[in-house]
Design a protein around this ligand. Structure first.
Ligand code: NAD
Length: 262
């Protein structure tokens, strides 16, 4: 199946590792002109090298913090220049901290708002003029299973991701007439460095081996295992491709069947 991504211009934020990197790599493998952005220059260069080694394609690298509006303007302009336009925007960022409602102060709420909701607003706004000129404008927002089922102890994710879901639906309605398709994809338990760190912290807290934590988590997933970043990336890349012509305004999960809500 040809996704139609050859020479399409794609921007993936927070792409120096994990889900963002896997997604950028798959776009590159499909022949897209990919811009990757993240905060740390050396991690970005390492990611670009990995993508080049594995796909044979060079990517455009831009250091940026999704919390800074001036960085967002700069990265969108750079992606547009590198790709001679912009066809697909993938909004990703580091997740908000965990914690119960009583533990979280105003400044942490503001930080989560800026990183996990306002960044999507700003990126979409900056990309919009370019996406409107594309024959296949697509936005995919990476969120969490919390868009479908709240997660205990993650009030910031439960709140900000719901905001992104509302934004996604609204944009799909407002931008549909321009041929721009907008969706969100929520990862369940996908094996990234971040998930390994979280499992390590849980193991230390409970005084057990990290393998015990993974076994317990995997038992809650009908497919019996964590997903791989590549399995997640396939969904994002399809939704953001010209081959996706009729899926918009949706929140899709890549979770091995973990979430039980309808
Ligand atoms: P990760 O921590 O492995 O990677 C996060 C990436 O975001 C890194 O490249 C980091 O440099 C970048 N980043 C962080 N803050 C940034 C900022 N302010 N500006 C620019 N770049 C920034 O995480 P991941 O596992 O790949 O997850 C990606 C997203 O998906 C996160 O929001 C995470 O909360 C969410 N998520 C992941 C899972 C999973 O199973 N991996 C599950 C639920 C939700």
């Amino acid at each position: 199946m040809d996704l139609g991504l050859e020479r399409k211009s794609v921007l993936v934020t927070a792409a120096s590792r994990g889900l963002g990197l896997a997604t950028a790599k798959l776009f590159a493998a499909e022949g897209a002109r990919v811009t990757i952005a993240s905060r740390n220059e050396s991690s970005l260069q390492a990611a670009a090298h990995e993508i080049h080694t594995e796909t044979g394609h060079m990517v455009n690298v831009v250091r940026m913090d999704v919390n800074r509006s001036e960085d967002i303007a700069r990265v969108v302009a750079s992606a547009e220049e590198f790709g001679d336009g912009l066809d697909s925007l993938i909004c990703n960022a580091g997740g908000p901290p965990s914690g119960a409602f009583s533990q979280i102060d105003d400044s942490t709420w503001y930080q989560a708002f800026e990183q996990n909701l306002l960044s999507v607003v700003r990126l979409s706004r900056a990309a919009l003029p370019h996406l409107r000129r594309s024959s296949s404008g697509r936005i995919v927002n990476i969120t969490s299973t919390s868009v479908k089922q709240t997660i205990p102890g993650l009030v910031l994710s439960n709140t900000m991701r719901a905001g992104v879901w509302g934004l996604t639906k609204t944009l799909s309605q407002e931008l549909g007439p321009f041929g721009i398709l907008v969706n969100t994809v929520g990862p369940g338990r996908i094996s990234t460095d971040r998930i390994a760190e979280l499992d390590g912290q849980a193991a230390a807290r409970q005084g057990v081996d990290v393998a015990d934590i993974e076994t317990k988590m995997a038992a809650m997933i009908p497919l019996g295992r964590y997903g791989t970043p590549e399995e997640f990336a396939r969904m994002v890349v399809f939704l953001a491709s010209p081959l996706n012509t009729y899926v918009t305004g949706q929140a899709l999960l890549v979770d091995g069947g973990m979430v039980t809500s309808l």
